[in-house]
Design a protein. Structure first.
Length: 206
């Protein structure tokens, strides 16, 4: 596996960590892996999802292997990164129209996020699973997953909350709920979106 985004010292650090994870794998190595995922996202935009998927699966495989032999605090950091990588893999598989593999990686993302104590990621993945249910036109599952993403013990960014509210409105419509219920959720989504836009408009440029 190549690490093109790392300099020579970082590559040596990560190589040592992979050879003796309990001794060398630390916060810096976790940050290196996080940077690899950022590079994978860039590859998705420039080289297409297939290239990005191979790189993401490589990073996730390293995390899964090394997380078995590190100290608990490092394991939690690895699994936080792994949860994000697994969610990204799920999205890429969904884009490739492989729903079973997409669901597998979303479930893995939730599992790792739970172990790492990353509550917002759990809510975010529930929203992604709700959006995947739309592909199957499973309105009830789409509805309950969108509702769950909004009611857990986490705080999601306004943009994600707006997406979840919009997704819930779709689920309500698909399951035959009264239009006023659908409209109420759409209004909530619009309000969140408007607040987000206002926040951006008033944020000074740097």
């Amino acid at each position: 596996m190549a690490f093109p985004a790392l300099n020579c010292d970082e590559v040596q650090h990560l190589a040592a960590a992979m050879a003796d994870a309990r001794r060398y794998l630390d916060g810096d190595a976790v940050l290196h892996l996080q940077r690899q995922l950022t590079g994978c996202a860039a590859a998705d935009g420039s080289n297409g999802p297939q290239s990005a998927l191979l790189a993401v699966l490589g990073v996730v495989a390293v995390i899964e292997q090394q997380a078995r032999q590190v100290k608990p605090d490092v394991r939690r950091g690895l699994l936080t990164v792994g949860a994000r990588g697994a969610e990204f893999a799920g999205w890429l598989y969904r884009d490739a129209r492989s729903p079973d593999l997409a669901l597998h990686w979303c479930d893995r993302a939730v599992e790792w996020a739970q172990e790492a104590g990353d509550w917002p990621m759990q809510g975010y993945v529930l929203l992604k699973k709700s959006q995947a249910a739309w592909d199957e036109r499973d309105g009830l599952r789409m509805l309950t997953l969108a509702q769950a993403s909004q009611t857990g013990p986490w705080t999601l960014p306004a943009r994600v909350r707006a997406e979840a509210a919009q997704q819930e409105a779709r689920g309500l419509a698909m399951t035959g709920e009264a239009w006023q219920h659908v409209e109420r959720k759409l209004d909530a989504a619009w309000t969140l979106g408007d607040l987000l836009l206002r926040g951006r408009a008033t944020t000074p440029c740097r």
